[in-house]
Write a new protein. Structure first.
Length: 372
C-alpha cells in the first residue's frame, strides 16, 4: 500500500525533474480524500510564465481509454460486438479475409496485426518527421494540415501486416484506434468525437475535457517543446498543431483533475459496467512504440513495481507534451502528471535513445506519487 501524501517529497521530486531539463511540469496526486497539487518550472521559456496545476494539456494516447470506453458502451447497448469481425461494420476499410479475421476487440487491444500508419505517412503524404531525410522539418510543414482518417487508415491497412490477427505480442498501432473512431461513427450516426463526448466525457462530468476544434489549445495552457531526439535545439513550441493526424486515437485535451476524476469513476464501474471494466483489464502482450513488451488491455494498461500495488491507467505523448495518469486497483491512490517537453533523449549511432537524467528523475517522481 502507499504511504500518506508527502507534499514536501512530491515538491522535491517535481523540482528534480525540472532541474534535469524539463521546462515545466505539473501534477495532481490523490490519496482517499486528500489531494496534493504541484507545479515546477515555466509554461513559456521566453516569458518565464509559470506552469500551474490546473492548466489544460494535450493528453495524447490517454485518449485511447476514452475511445475504448465509448466502444464498450456501444457494446453494452448491443450496437457493437466485441468479437464481431470489423469487416461486418467497415468492409470498405478492412476488406476481404482480413476484415473477417480482425475483431473489434483486436483493434482495442492492438492484436489486429494492422501496421502503424505513421512510418508510411512521410513517403506517401510528406506528413511526418522523416529521420532518414528531413529530420523534424515536416513537423513545421504540417502544423495546419487536416488529414482524412480514411487516408491514414488506408496506409496502415495497405502496409505489410505486423502479425496474425489475435496473436501476441501485438503491435501498438494508431491505425486500430482510427478504425474504432469510424466504427463509432458507423453505429451512432454522429462523429466519434460526439459519441465519446456524450457517452464518456459528459457521463463522467468532466468540465475541462474536449476534443480540439482547431489547432489551438483553448484555455490556460503551457507551450509544448519538442526536442525530437536532440535534433531540435533549442526545443521548439508545437502547442499550436492540427491533431487530425491522430484524431480519436490521441487528440484529447484535458486537465489533471479531470483525468483523475475519469479514471476514478471508470474503476468504480460508473463509466462502463463492472463486467465491461473487467474486459478492459484483461491484458495481452503488445510491443510498444518504444519497442518494449508491455501488458495492454482494452485501452487500459497496468503499472506496478515489484512487491507493490497494481495501478491502472494510460500515458500519452504529443509533439512537445507528455501525460501519465494512473489509479491504484482499489481506487485509493491516484496520480496524474503532465510535462511540456518530449523526446529529450539523444540517439546513438544505431538510432537507439540514450539515457538522460530526466528519465531517472521522472521515475523517482512516479514512485513517490504512487507509493509514497
Amino acid at each position: 500500500m502507499s504511504n500518506p501524501l508527502d507534499g514536501a517529497a512530491l515538491d522535491a521530486a517535481m523540482e528534480d525533474v525540472h532541474r534535469a531539463g524539463v521546462p515545466g511540469l505539473f501534477a495532481e496526486v490523490r490519496d482517499g480524500d486528500r489531494v496534493w497539487r504541484g507545479a515546477a518550472g515555466v509554461a513559456d521559456v521566453a516569458t518565464g510564465r509559470p506552469v500551474t496545476a490546473g492548466m489544460r494539456h494535450r493528453v495524447g494516447s490517454i485518449t485511447k481509454t476514452f475511445t475504448a470506453a465509448a466502444v464498450l458502451r456501444q457494446a453494452e447497448a448491443g450496437r457493437i460486438g466485441l468479437d464481431a469481425p470489423v469487416g461486418r461494420y467497415l468492409p470498405e476499410l478492412v476488406p476481404g479475409e482480413r476484415g473477417e479475421a480482425i475483431t473489434v476487440r483486436m483493434l482495442i487491444n492492438h492484436t489486429s496485426g494492422l501496421a502503424e500508419y505513421l512510418p508510411y505517412a512521410y513517403p506517401s503524404l510528406k506528413a511526418f518527421p522523416d529521420l532518414a531525410n528531413t529530420g523534424p522539418q515536416s513537423l513545421d510543414d504540417h502544423r495546419f494540415t487536416r488529414f482524412d482518417p480514411t487516408e491514414l487508415i488506408g496506409l496502415g491497412v495497405a502496409a505489410p501486416p505486423v502479425g496474425t490477427p489475435g496473436s501476441a505480442p501485438g503491435l501498438y498501432s494508431n491505425t486500430n484506434y482510427l478504425l474504432l473512431g469510424l466504427l463509432l461513427e458507423k453505429v451512432t450516426g454522429g462523429t466519434a468525437e460526439q459519441c465519446i463526448t456524450r457517452d464518456v466525457i459528459e457521463r463522467a462530468g468532466l468540465r475541462d475535457t474536449a476534443f480540439p476544434t482547431g489547432p489551438d489549445v483553448e484555455g490556460p495552457h503551457s507551450r509544448l517543446y519538442e526536442a525530437w531526439f536532440g535534433m531540435i535545439d533549442p526545443p521548439r513550441d508545437y502547442s499550436v498543431h492540427d491533431m487530425s493526424w491522430v484524431g480519436p486515437s490521441a487528440s484529447l485535451i484535458s486537465t489533471l483533475a479531470d483525468l483523475n476524476r475519469f479514471y476514478r469513476l471508470l474503476l468504480a464501474g460508473k463509466i462502463v459496467s463492472p463486467s465491461s471494466l473487467a474486459q478492459m483489464q484483461r491484458t495481452v502482450q503488445v510491443v510498444s512504440q518504444e519497442g518494449k513488451i508491455i501488458d495492454y488491455g482494452l485501452g487500459l494498461l497496468p503499472m506496478e513495481s515489484p512487491g507493490q500495488s497494481v495501478f491502472w491507467g494510460n500515458g500519452g505523448t504529443v509533439w512537445g507534451g507528455g501525460t501519465l495518469a494512473m489509479i491504484r486497483a482499489d481506487g485509493g491512490r491516484q496520480m496524474a502528471v503532465a510535462m511540456n517537453l518530449q523526446r529529450w533523449n539523444g540517439l546513438d549511432s544505431s538510432g537507439r535513445p540514450q539515457p538522460h537524467p530526466i528519465d531517472g528523475a521522472l521515475a523517482a517522481l512516479y514512485r513517490v506519487a504512487m507509493y509514497g
